[in-house]
Design a protein around this ligand. Structure first.
Ligand code: GLN
Length: 287
């Protein structure tokens, strides 16, 4: 069987589970990962016979895809900001909108002197590792409540040859804050999906991705933002900045919260779908 024939078989099989466009993009992701070829190089072998090992790997993957397992977990990796990251159930798969958050931070800070950075709820380490690779020798600390996430983030730092100080820490536990020093920049993509928004989410997310990385109670959807902002009033240097990814419905509420906590120049940014997705704020008053 040629690669093209194998592609068609996969698409044909996946179309019972996914929309046509998604089935095509999953198939491309799968073949790129199995052949380890960039799209241009893959085109050159597309008419060749696929080896039995390739066919076996594809079949094994397709069975998992039919159970709605995300393709990134099936192949065990994804790309974020152009870098490769290992992902497994236990860490959230990094999302494309978060790449925009990293880009904004890099654009703003790259010219500055060595920064001390903290990533709260690092998960796969996507934000921390990418900032480590894209900025000029920052000193990065990344924390998470999950030891599984930290193990995977550690693999990702190694895979990408970056040094990150990892620490297992629950940011909601104030008593643990003194384990951390002061930073110039604190970034976080904390859990922000409200339980009531579950019904809008797909099976591949709900059945496989870690709940603790995604959901917050409707009664207090800003629990992480409040805690991180309070932490930042104590642990940001003067003129240090706070950068968040946010729930698109919470831009105004998060801005008010940051003003209340004494932050200045609170700014909301939209994502590629024009939804409020990021907030930044500066601390001027020292505590
Ligand atoms: N953007 C993610 C999603 O839609 C949620 C990320 C988060 O909760 N921080 O699934």
């Amino acid at each position: 069987m040629t690669y093209t024939e194998l592609e068609n078989k996969v698409i044909d099989y996946l179309k019972d589970f996914y929309e046509a466009k998604e089935a095509r993009s999953i198939q491309r992701f799968l073949f790129a990962s199995i052949t380890k070829l960039e799209p241009a190089a893959y085109l050159l072998i597309r008419k060749d016979e696929a080896g039995t090992d390739v066919v076996a790997s594809v079949l094994q993957a397709v069975t998992q895809l039919a159970e709605y397992k995300p393709i990134q977990y099936v192949v065990g990796k994804t790309w974020f900001c152009g870098f490769e990251f290992s992902v497994r159930p236990g860490v959230l798969i990094p999302r494309p909108e978060t790449e925009l958050l990293v880009q904004k931070i890099v654009e703003k800070y790259n010219a500055k002197e060595k920064l001390k950075l903290l990533d709260v709820g690092t998960g796969s380490g996507a934000i921390a590792v990418s900032l480590g690779l894209m900025m000029d020798t920052p000193d990065i600390t990344a924390i998470d409540i999950s030891s599984i996430a930290l193990a995977i983030a550690g693999e990702n730092a190694e895979l990408n040859h970056t040094h990150i100080n990892f620490m297992e820490l629950d940011i909601l536990n104030k008593a643990a804050w003194n384990k951390l020093h002061k930073f110039n920049l604190i970034v976080s993509n904390p859990p922000y999906v409200k339980q009531s928004e579950r019904k809008l989410m797909k099976r591949n997310v709900l059945d496989f991705e870690p709940e603790t990385a995604l959901f917050v109670e409707d009664a207090d959807p800003l629990i992480f933002y409040r805690s991180i902002a309070e932490f930042a009033t104590l642990h940001l240097e003067t003129e240090g900045e706070l950068w968040f990814e946010i729930n698109e419905e919470e831009g105004k509420n998060i801005s008010s919260l940051l003003f209340e906590k004494g932050f200045c120049k609170v700014q909301i940014y939209t994502d590629l779908n024009n939804k409020d997705r990021f907030v930044s704020a500066i601390k001027y008053i020292d505590n």
